[in-house]
Design a protein around this ligand. Structure first.
Ligand SMILES: Cc1ncc(C[n+]2csc(CCOP(=O)(O)OP(=O)(O)O)c2C)c(N)n1
Ligand SMILES: [Mg+2]
Length: 128
């Protein structure tokens, strides 16, 4: 499964069946696939905007339901595909196209959110 965003291109070269859902809805479509095909391995690649902003509601309830899917949240701390707008993960004071004077809002910690909702496995990493 992929969301819509730069990160949605990650699985494209892989030889798997790939479904692209509407921006923010990858979790819901993946839940449907897993329920219909419980023996399938369902993995989502999607961005921080996709999973935490427009799809934030779905993230909460997908974790709560624990249907057995894996989510790779690719956090580049903004909306990359649409040109670099502020996202819920953008650090405070960061300059983006929509925060030219610096982001006034504190960022959301996706790993802590997932742990608080009872996700069975949570890990975070950094690339430089
Ligand atoms: C319903 C809907 N709203 C808005 C958009 C426009 N849109 C496309 S990609 C994107 C944000 C992508 O950001 P992110 O999910 O963080 O992915 P990135 O490109 O940073 O990897 C938005 C808002 C859309 N395609 N569909
Ligand atoms: Mg992003």
């Amino acid at each position: 499964m992929t969301g819509i965003g730069c990160s949605g291109n990650i699985p494209v070269p892989l030889k798997y069946n790939i479904v692209r859902a509407l921006h923010g809805r990858a979790l819901s479509v993946a839940t449907g696939i897993k329920l219909v095909r419980p023996d399938s391995e369902v993995v989502i690649f999607a961005g921080d905007g996709d999973l935490l902003s427009i799809g934030g509601n779905h993230l909460i309830h997908t974790i709560r339901r624990n249907v057995g899917i894996k989510v790779i949240l690719v956090n580049n701390m903004l909306y990359g595909m649409t040109g670099g707008q502020v996202a819920p993960t953008t650090p405070m004071e960061a300059i983006t196209h929509t925060t030219p004077y610096g982001n006034p809002e504190p960022p959301l910690d996706a790993c802590r959110l997932a742990v608080s909702l009872g996700a069975t496995y949570v890990a975070g990493g950094q690339c430089h």
